[in-house]
Design a binder for this molecule. Structure first.
Ligand code: FES
Length: 138
């Protein structure tokens, strides 16, 4: 389980999520274009920790920068990233709906991870009736 600490909140990444996916899901201000490590638009400064690149990125990064679109943290990392401006205002005012506040809790992310690992629970479809419905004449 990867724990991400930004300047605003902490959250856990879901399975199969890149760091960029997690930042978007939690309302962080992130820019991107290629989502494949080519353009460098998504680069952020990593303050501590270590990441693993799914594929070797081609974009240039400084020694303290990472490309969230194509990496996954190894353990806990701290990055220089903030929530979107409107979310910061709402968070400071305590004006988020409970469901939005839950978005930032690590417990919800853990629950999402457990849910994602389960197979979908599908209900069997109701069989169509063999008899056509009777319609009133008037
Ligand atoms: S979005 Fe292009 S390198 Fe990350």
């Amino acid at each position: 389980m990867s724990l991400v600490r930004s300047q605003s909140i902490s959250f856990s990444l879901n399975p199969h999520e890149t760091l960029l996916d997690g930042l978007e899901r939690t309302g962080h201000e992130v820019e991107y274009q290629c989502r494949g490590g080519y353009c460098g638009m998504c680069r952020v400064r990593m303050l501590s920790g270590e990441v693993h690149y799914l594929e070797q990125p081609l974009a240039f990064v400084a020694s303290d920068e990472i490309l969230p679109c194509c990496c996954i943290p190894r353990g806990e990392i701290s990055i220089d990233s903030q929530l979107r401006a409107e979310l910061i205002v709402w968070q400071e005012q305590g004006d988020l709906f409970p469901v939005q506040q839950d978005l930032f809790s690590a417990e919800l992310a853990n629950a999402d991870a457990q849910q994602a690992s389960k197979k979908p629970n599908r209900k069997p479809r109701a069989k169509a009736s063999a008899q056509p419905p009777t319609l009133p004449l008037f």
